[in-house]
Design a protein around this ligand. Structure first.
Ligand SMILES: Nc1nc2c(ncn2[C@@H]2O[C@H](COP(=O)(O)OP(=O)(O)OP(=O)(O)O)[C@@H](O)[C@H]2O)c(=O)[nH]1
Ligand SMILES: [Mg+2]
Length: 390
Protein backbone atom coordinates (compact mmCIF):
# COMPACT_ATOMS: atom_id res chain seq x y z
CA UNK A 1 0.00 0.00 0.00
CA UNK A 2 1.40 3.34 -1.02
CA UNK A 3 0.26 6.77 0.11
CA UNK A 4 1.56 10.30 -0.04
CA UNK A 5 1.85 11.57 3.53
CA UNK A 6 3.21 14.59 5.34
CA UNK A 7 5.73 13.50 7.96
CA UNK A 8 6.00 16.01 10.79
CA UNK A 9 8.78 16.10 13.39
CA UNK A 10 10.96 18.77 15.04
CA UNK A 11 9.32 21.49 12.96
CA UNK A 12 9.91 19.70 9.63
CA UNK A 13 7.03 18.94 7.25
CA UNK A 14 8.18 16.41 4.68
CA UNK A 15 5.86 15.23 1.91
CA UNK A 16 6.91 11.61 1.50
CA UNK A 17 5.76 8.49 -0.25
CA UNK A 18 5.04 5.91 2.43
CA UNK A 19 4.96 2.28 1.38
CA UNK A 20 3.58 -0.33 3.71
CA UNK A 21 4.35 -4.00 3.06
CA UNK A 22 2.43 -6.18 5.50
CA UNK A 23 4.08 -9.51 6.41
CA UNK A 24 4.33 -12.30 5.51
CA UNK A 25 4.20 -11.19 1.85
CA UNK A 26 7.05 -8.68 2.30
CA UNK A 27 10.71 -9.23 1.38
CA UNK A 28 11.70 -10.19 4.92
CA UNK A 29 8.38 -11.80 5.79
CA UNK A 30 7.86 -9.19 8.51
CA UNK A 31 5.86 -5.95 8.46
CA UNK A 32 7.92 -3.39 6.59
CA UNK A 33 7.39 0.30 6.01
CA UNK A 34 9.41 2.30 3.52
CA UNK A 35 9.69 6.10 3.42
CA UNK A 36 10.61 7.69 0.13
CA UNK A 37 11.69 11.24 0.94
CA UNK A 38 13.44 13.99 -0.99
CA UNK A 39 17.06 13.17 -1.73
CA UNK A 40 18.67 15.63 0.66
CA UNK A 41 21.25 13.85 2.85
CA UNK A 42 20.71 16.28 5.75
CA UNK A 43 16.95 15.76 5.62
CA UNK A 44 17.46 11.99 5.59
CA UNK A 45 19.81 12.28 8.60
CA UNK A 46 17.27 14.33 10.52
CA UNK A 47 14.50 11.84 9.79
CA UNK A 48 16.71 8.90 10.80
CA UNK A 49 17.68 10.79 13.97
CA UNK A 50 14.03 11.24 14.86
CA UNK A 51 13.21 7.61 14.10
CA UNK A 52 16.10 6.70 16.39
CA UNK A 53 14.37 8.45 19.27
CA UNK A 54 11.36 6.20 18.62
CA UNK A 55 13.52 3.09 19.09
CA UNK A 56 14.23 2.38 15.42
CA UNK A 57 17.82 1.50 14.44
CA UNK A 58 19.73 1.11 11.18
CA UNK A 59 19.88 -2.34 9.65
CA UNK A 60 23.19 -4.17 9.85
CA UNK A 61 24.86 -5.15 6.58
CA UNK A 62 22.73 -7.81 4.93
CA UNK A 63 20.17 -7.76 7.74
CA UNK A 64 17.12 -7.64 5.50
CA UNK A 65 18.33 -10.60 3.50
CA UNK A 66 19.33 -12.42 6.69
CA UNK A 67 15.83 -11.96 8.08
CA UNK A 68 14.32 -13.09 4.77
CA UNK A 69 16.47 -16.20 5.02
CA UNK A 70 15.62 -16.95 8.65
CA UNK A 71 11.91 -16.39 7.94
CA UNK A 72 12.06 -18.87 5.09
CA UNK A 73 11.39 -16.21 2.45
CA UNK A 74 14.67 -16.84 0.67
CA UNK A 75 17.26 -19.59 0.38
CA UNK A 76 20.96 -19.15 1.00
CA UNK A 77 21.82 -19.76 -2.66
CA UNK A 78 19.41 -17.03 -3.62
CA UNK A 79 20.88 -14.62 -1.07
CA UNK A 80 24.32 -15.23 -2.52
CA UNK A 81 23.00 -14.72 -6.03
CA UNK A 82 21.52 -11.43 -4.89
CA UNK A 83 24.85 -10.30 -3.50
CA UNK A 84 26.49 -11.06 -6.86
CA UNK A 85 23.67 -9.32 -8.71
CA UNK A 86 24.26 -6.15 -6.72
CA UNK A 87 27.99 -6.34 -7.46
CA UNK A 88 27.62 -7.23 -11.17
CA UNK A 89 29.27 -4.83 -13.60
CA UNK A 90 28.59 -6.43 -16.98
CA UNK A 91 25.64 -7.97 -18.82
CA UNK A 92 27.01 -11.49 -18.47
CA UNK A 93 27.53 -11.01 -14.73
CA UNK A 94 23.96 -9.76 -14.33
CA UNK A 95 22.59 -12.69 -16.34
CA UNK A 96 24.62 -15.23 -14.36
CA UNK A 97 23.53 -13.82 -11.01
CA UNK A 98 19.89 -13.65 -12.12
CA UNK A 99 20.00 -17.22 -13.39
CA UNK A 100 20.97 -18.40 -9.90
CA UNK A 101 18.23 -16.49 -8.10
CA UNK A 102 14.83 -17.97 -7.44
CA UNK A 103 15.16 -21.62 -8.31
CA UNK A 104 17.14 -24.36 -6.59
CA UNK A 105 19.47 -26.02 -9.11
CA UNK A 106 17.80 -29.17 -10.47
CA UNK A 107 20.85 -31.30 -9.68
CA UNK A 108 20.54 -30.50 -5.96
CA UNK A 109 16.90 -31.59 -6.00
CA UNK A 110 17.95 -34.71 -7.89
CA UNK A 111 20.79 -35.42 -5.45
CA UNK A 112 18.35 -35.34 -2.53
CA UNK A 113 15.94 -37.61 -4.38
CA UNK A 114 18.67 -40.16 -5.05
CA UNK A 115 20.42 -40.00 -1.69
CA UNK A 116 17.39 -40.05 0.65
CA UNK A 117 16.31 -43.67 0.11
CA UNK A 118 19.90 -44.88 0.21
CA UNK A 119 20.47 -43.12 3.49
CA UNK A 120 17.41 -44.89 4.89
CA UNK A 121 18.65 -48.25 3.55
CA UNK A 122 22.12 -47.72 4.97
CA UNK A 123 20.71 -46.75 8.37
CA UNK A 124 18.51 -49.83 8.39
CA UNK A 125 21.49 -52.03 7.49
CA UNK A 126 23.47 -50.49 10.36
CA UNK A 127 20.63 -50.83 12.89
CA UNK A 128 19.11 -54.18 11.94
CA UNK A 129 21.47 -55.67 9.39
CA UNK A 130 22.63 -58.79 11.15
CA UNK A 131 19.36 -59.66 12.89
CA UNK A 132 16.97 -58.98 10.05
CA UNK A 133 19.24 -59.82 7.13
CA UNK A 134 19.11 -56.27 5.72
CA UNK A 135 22.16 -55.76 3.57
CA UNK A 136 23.40 -52.76 1.70
CA UNK A 137 24.10 -53.78 -1.88
CA UNK A 138 27.07 -51.69 -2.91
CA UNK A 139 26.61 -52.54 -6.56
CA UNK A 140 23.10 -51.09 -6.60
CA UNK A 141 24.29 -48.10 -4.60
CA UNK A 142 27.07 -47.44 -7.14
CA UNK A 143 24.60 -47.68 -10.00
CA UNK A 144 22.41 -45.06 -8.37
CA UNK A 145 25.28 -42.76 -7.38
CA UNK A 146 27.25 -42.99 -10.65
CA UNK A 147 25.10 -40.61 -12.72
CA UNK A 148 24.92 -38.22 -9.77
CA UNK A 149 28.68 -38.19 -9.48
CA UNK A 150 29.04 -37.45 -13.19
CA UNK A 151 26.58 -34.60 -12.88
CA UNK A 152 28.50 -33.20 -9.89
CA UNK A 153 31.67 -33.19 -11.99
CA UNK A 154 29.90 -31.30 -14.78
CA UNK A 155 28.58 -28.80 -12.25
CA UNK A 156 32.08 -28.38 -10.89
CA UNK A 157 33.40 -27.35 -14.30
CA UNK A 158 30.46 -25.03 -14.81
CA UNK A 159 30.89 -23.50 -11.37
CA UNK A 160 34.60 -22.78 -11.89
CA UNK A 161 33.83 -21.08 -15.20
CA UNK A 162 30.93 -19.14 -13.71
CA UNK A 163 33.16 -17.97 -10.86
CA UNK A 164 35.70 -16.69 -13.38
CA UNK A 165 33.00 -14.79 -15.23
CA UNK A 166 31.49 -13.41 -12.06
CA UNK A 167 34.91 -12.14 -10.97
CA UNK A 168 35.90 -10.75 -14.36
CA UNK A 169 39.07 -11.77 -16.18
CA UNK A 170 42.29 -9.76 -15.93
CA UNK A 171 43.84 -9.98 -19.37
CA UNK A 172 47.28 -8.43 -20.04
CA UNK A 173 48.61 -7.72 -23.53
CA UNK A 174 52.39 -7.83 -23.91
CA UNK A 175 54.97 -8.14 -26.67
CA UNK A 176 57.63 -6.23 -28.53
CA UNK A 177 56.96 -2.68 -29.74
CA UNK A 178 54.61 -2.58 -32.75
CA UNK A 179 53.41 -6.13 -32.13
CA UNK A 180 49.86 -4.81 -32.33
CA UNK A 181 49.00 -4.69 -28.61
CA UNK A 182 47.16 -1.39 -28.63
CA UNK A 183 45.30 -2.33 -31.82
CA UNK A 184 44.04 -5.51 -30.14
CA UNK A 185 43.33 -3.62 -26.92
CA UNK A 186 41.07 -1.21 -28.82
CA UNK A 187 39.39 -4.00 -30.76
CA UNK A 188 38.56 -5.93 -27.58
CA UNK A 189 37.46 -2.78 -25.73
CA UNK A 190 35.25 -1.80 -28.65
CA UNK A 191 36.53 1.78 -28.49
CA UNK A 192 39.58 3.81 -29.42
CA UNK A 193 41.21 4.00 -26.01
CA UNK A 194 44.90 3.50 -26.80
CA UNK A 195 46.99 5.50 -29.27
CA UNK A 196 48.02 3.37 -32.26
CA UNK A 197 50.85 4.50 -34.57
CA UNK A 198 53.53 2.95 -36.72
CA UNK A 199 56.15 4.35 -34.34
CA UNK A 200 57.59 1.59 -32.13
CA UNK A 201 57.37 2.54 -28.47
CA UNK A 202 54.07 4.43 -28.73
CA UNK A 203 52.53 3.06 -25.53
CA UNK A 204 54.40 3.80 -22.32
CA UNK A 205 51.88 3.89 -19.48
CA UNK A 206 49.81 0.89 -18.52
CA UNK A 207 46.30 1.42 -19.88
CA UNK A 208 43.34 -0.31 -18.31
CA UNK A 209 39.79 -0.72 -19.53
CA UNK A 210 36.86 -2.76 -18.24
CA UNK A 211 34.62 -4.17 -20.91
CA UNK A 212 32.61 -7.15 -21.96
CA UNK A 213 33.80 -8.79 -25.15
CA UNK A 214 31.62 -11.52 -26.68
CA UNK A 215 30.13 -12.29 -23.28
CA UNK A 216 33.46 -12.30 -21.44
CA UNK A 217 33.79 -9.70 -18.66
CA UNK A 218 37.34 -8.42 -19.12
CA UNK A 219 39.76 -6.09 -17.38
CA UNK A 220 42.22 -5.37 -20.15
CA UNK A 221 45.74 -4.06 -19.69
CA UNK A 222 47.76 -2.58 -22.54
CA UNK A 223 51.48 -2.26 -21.86
CA UNK A 224 54.66 -0.72 -23.24
CA UNK A 225 56.44 -2.79 -25.91
CA UNK A 226 59.26 -4.91 -24.48
CA UNK A 227 62.69 -3.79 -25.70
CA UNK A 228 65.98 -2.50 -24.34
CA UNK A 229 65.97 1.21 -24.94
CA UNK A 230 67.91 4.32 -24.00
CA UNK A 231 64.73 6.41 -23.89
CA UNK A 232 64.18 7.09 -20.16
CA UNK A 233 60.38 7.41 -20.49
CA UNK A 234 60.05 4.18 -22.41
CA UNK A 235 62.29 2.40 -19.88
CA UNK A 236 59.87 3.42 -17.13
CA UNK A 237 57.05 2.03 -19.22
CA UNK A 238 58.82 -1.32 -19.71
CA UNK A 239 59.48 -1.51 -15.95
CA UNK A 240 55.73 -1.35 -15.37
CA UNK A 241 55.03 -4.50 -17.34
CA UNK A 242 56.14 -6.90 -14.57
CA UNK A 243 53.48 -5.99 -11.99
CA UNK A 244 50.79 -6.22 -14.69
CA UNK A 245 51.93 -9.76 -15.53
CA UNK A 246 51.94 -10.61 -11.86
CA UNK A 247 48.30 -9.58 -11.36
CA UNK A 248 46.91 -10.97 -14.63
CA UNK A 249 44.72 -14.07 -14.88
CA UNK A 250 45.95 -14.58 -18.42
CA UNK A 251 48.73 -12.93 -20.42
CA UNK A 252 48.38 -12.61 -24.17
CA UNK A 253 51.84 -12.59 -25.68
CA UNK A 254 51.60 -10.94 -29.08
CA UNK A 255 54.14 -12.16 -31.61
CA UNK A 256 53.71 -11.04 -35.24
CA UNK A 257 53.09 -14.06 -37.47
CA UNK A 258 56.28 -15.57 -38.86
CA UNK A 259 58.52 -13.99 -36.20
CA UNK A 260 60.61 -15.48 -33.40
CA UNK A 261 60.08 -14.40 -29.81
CA UNK A 262 62.67 -11.85 -28.71
CA UNK A 263 65.10 -12.76 -25.92
CA UNK A 264 63.80 -10.00 -23.70
CA UNK A 265 60.17 -11.13 -24.15
CA UNK A 266 61.09 -14.75 -23.41
CA UNK A 267 62.98 -13.76 -20.25
CA UNK A 268 60.23 -11.42 -19.04
CA UNK A 269 57.52 -14.02 -19.52
CA UNK A 270 59.45 -17.02 -18.21
CA UNK A 271 58.18 -16.75 -14.60
CA UNK A 272 54.58 -16.61 -15.83
CA UNK A 273 54.63 -19.46 -18.32
CA UNK A 274 51.59 -21.12 -16.77
CA UNK A 275 49.36 -18.23 -17.72
CA UNK A 276 50.78 -17.08 -21.05
CA UNK A 277 48.93 -17.58 -24.31
CA UNK A 278 50.87 -16.74 -27.46
CA UNK A 279 48.91 -15.11 -30.26
CA UNK A 280 50.18 -14.32 -33.75
CA UNK A 281 49.24 -10.83 -34.86
CA UNK A 282 49.41 -9.56 -38.41
CA UNK A 283 47.73 -12.78 -39.46
CA UNK A 284 46.32 -10.88 -42.45
CA UNK A 285 49.84 -10.40 -43.81
CA UNK A 286 51.54 -13.68 -42.88
CA UNK A 287 50.15 -17.13 -42.19
CA UNK A 288 51.04 -18.73 -38.88
CA UNK A 289 50.80 -22.19 -37.37
CA UNK A 290 49.78 -20.62 -34.04
CA UNK A 291 46.76 -18.64 -32.92
CA UNK A 292 46.05 -16.08 -35.69
CA UNK A 293 44.82 -12.60 -34.87
CA UNK A 294 44.16 -9.76 -37.27
CA UNK A 295 42.83 -7.11 -34.91
CA UNK A 296 42.85 -4.37 -37.53
CA UNK A 297 40.31 -6.42 -39.52
CA UNK A 298 38.37 -7.46 -36.42
CA UNK A 299 39.20 -11.09 -37.12
CA UNK A 300 39.21 -12.44 -33.57
CA UNK A 301 37.22 -15.67 -33.74
CA UNK A 302 40.22 -17.90 -33.04
CA UNK A 303 41.11 -15.77 -30.04
CA UNK A 304 37.57 -16.07 -28.67
CA UNK A 305 37.76 -19.86 -28.91
CA UNK A 306 41.17 -19.96 -27.25
CA UNK A 307 40.05 -17.73 -24.36
CA UNK A 308 36.98 -19.86 -23.75
CA UNK A 309 39.11 -22.99 -23.81
CA UNK A 310 41.77 -21.63 -21.55
CA UNK A 311 39.71 -19.67 -19.03
CA UNK A 312 36.36 -21.43 -18.96
CA UNK A 313 37.32 -25.03 -19.62
CA UNK A 314 35.70 -24.82 -23.06
CA UNK A 315 32.31 -23.60 -21.82
CA UNK A 316 30.74 -20.60 -23.52
CA UNK A 317 29.47 -17.97 -21.05
CA UNK A 318 25.84 -18.89 -21.70
CA UNK A 319 26.63 -22.51 -20.78
CA UNK A 320 27.38 -21.29 -17.26
CA UNK A 321 23.88 -19.98 -16.56
CA UNK A 322 22.46 -21.44 -13.36
CA UNK A 323 25.85 -22.74 -12.21
CA UNK A 324 27.14 -22.27 -8.67
CA UNK A 325 29.67 -19.48 -8.54
CA UNK A 326 30.90 -18.51 -5.06
CA UNK A 327 33.97 -19.85 -3.27
CA UNK A 328 31.78 -21.25 -0.52
CA UNK A 329 29.58 -23.12 -2.96
CA UNK A 330 32.51 -24.40 -4.99
CA UNK A 331 34.29 -25.70 -1.89
CA UNK A 332 31.19 -27.56 -0.73
CA UNK A 333 30.66 -28.98 -4.21
CA UNK A 334 34.26 -30.22 -4.22
CA UNK A 335 33.66 -31.96 -0.89
CA UNK A 336 30.48 -33.51 -2.27
CA UNK A 337 32.38 -34.83 -5.29
CA UNK A 338 34.93 -36.32 -2.91
CA UNK A 339 32.26 -38.04 -0.82
CA UNK A 340 30.64 -39.62 -3.86
CA UNK A 341 34.03 -40.74 -5.17
CA UNK A 342 34.63 -42.37 -1.79
CA UNK A 343 31.30 -44.18 -2.03
CA UNK A 344 32.04 -45.36 -5.56
CA UNK A 345 35.45 -46.63 -4.46
CA UNK A 346 34.18 -48.80 -1.60
CA UNK A 347 35.01 -52.51 -1.72
CA UNK A 348 32.01 -54.84 -1.36
CA UNK A 349 31.68 -56.87 1.79
CA UNK A 350 32.61 -54.12 4.24
CA UNK A 351 30.47 -53.04 7.19
CA UNK A 352 27.52 -50.74 6.33
CA UNK A 353 28.70 -48.13 8.85
CA UNK A 354 31.14 -46.63 6.37
CA UNK A 355 28.73 -46.03 3.44
CA UNK A 356 26.11 -44.91 5.95
CA UNK A 357 28.39 -42.25 7.37
CA UNK A 358 29.52 -41.09 3.92
CA UNK A 359 25.89 -40.77 2.81
CA UNK A 360 25.15 -38.78 5.97
CA UNK A 361 28.14 -36.59 5.22
CA UNK A 362 26.97 -35.92 1.66
CA UNK A 363 23.49 -35.11 2.95
CA UNK A 364 24.95 -32.67 5.45
CA UNK A 365 26.99 -31.00 2.72
CA UNK A 366 23.85 -30.48 0.64
CA UNK A 367 22.17 -28.89 3.65
CA UNK A 368 25.12 -26.57 4.14
CA UNK A 369 25.08 -25.72 0.45
CA UNK A 370 21.44 -24.67 0.44
CA UNK A 371 21.61 -23.02 3.87
CA UNK A 372 19.24 -25.42 5.62
CA UNK A 373 22.04 -25.99 8.09
CA UNK A 374 21.53 -22.78 10.03
CA UNK A 375 24.47 -23.35 12.36
CA UNK A 376 26.84 -23.04 9.42
CA UNK A 377 29.37 -20.27 10.03
CA UNK A 378 29.21 -19.41 6.32
CA UNK A 379 25.95 -17.58 6.99
CA UNK A 380 27.64 -14.93 9.11
CA UNK A 381 30.41 -14.52 6.54
CA UNK A 382 27.89 -14.05 3.74
CA UNK A 383 25.99 -11.23 5.39
CA UNK A 384 29.10 -9.34 6.38
CA UNK A 385 29.76 -9.07 2.62
CA UNK A 386 26.56 -7.14 1.99
CA UNK A 387 26.39 -3.38 2.02
CA UNK A 388 24.29 -1.63 4.61
CA UNK A 389 20.58 -2.19 4.50
CA UNK A 390 20.35 -4.85 1.77
N1 LIG B 1 48.23 -5.39 -41.06
C1 LIG B 1 48.15 -5.34 -39.72
N2 LIG B 1 48.55 -4.24 -39.09
C2 LIG B 1 48.46 -4.19 -37.75
C3 LIG B 1 47.93 -5.26 -36.99
N3 LIG B 1 47.97 -4.93 -35.69
C4 LIG B 1 48.52 -3.70 -35.62
N4 LIG B 1 48.81 -3.25 -36.86
C5 LIG B 1 49.49 -1.99 -37.19
O1 LIG B 1 50.79 -2.03 -36.62
C6 LIG B 1 51.19 -0.77 -36.09
C7 LIG B 1 51.53 -0.88 -34.60
O2 LIG B 1 50.35 -1.23 -33.90
P1 LIG B 1 50.13 -0.93 -32.33
O3 LIG B 1 48.84 -1.50 -31.98
O4 LIG B 1 50.36 0.53 -32.05
O5 LIG B 1 51.34 -1.75 -31.73
P2 LIG B 1 51.80 -1.83 -30.20
O6 LIG B 1 52.21 -3.21 -29.93
O7 LIG B 1 50.79 -1.22 -29.32
O8 LIG B 1 53.10 -0.92 -30.23
P3 LIG B 1 53.79 -0.14 -29.00
O9 LIG B 1 52.75 0.66 -28.31
O10 LIG B 1 54.78 0.74 -29.72
O11 LIG B 1 54.47 -1.14 -28.17
C8 LIG B 1 50.03 0.17 -36.38
O12 LIG B 1 50.29 0.86 -37.56
C9 LIG B 1 48.83 -0.78 -36.57
O13 LIG B 1 47.85 -0.24 -37.43
C10 LIG B 1 47.51 -6.43 -37.70
O14 LIG B 1 47.05 -7.43 -37.11
N5 LIG B 1 47.63 -6.42 -39.05
MG1 LIG C 1 50.84 0.29 -27.98
Amino acid sequence: MASLRTLCWDGFHERALVLYFPGPASYTGEDVVEFQVHGNPLLVRRLLGHLGTLGVRLAEPGEFTRRALLNGKQGLLEAEALRDLVAAETDTQIRLAQSRAGVEPDWITEARRVLAPWMARAEAAVDYGEDEGILLELKDLSEAIGPLSRRFHVEQTRARAARRLQDGIRLALVGRPNAGKSTLFNALAGEDRAIVTEVPGTTRDVLEVRCEWRGLPLRLFDTAGLRNTEDPVERLGVARVGPVLEAADLVLHLVPAGEETSELSAATLAPFQGKVLEVNTFADLNSSPGLPVAANLGDLDALEGALIERLLGGLAPEACLGALATDRQIELLAELVLQLDLLLGLEPGGPPELPASILQGAWGLLARLTGEDRADTALAALFSGFCLGK
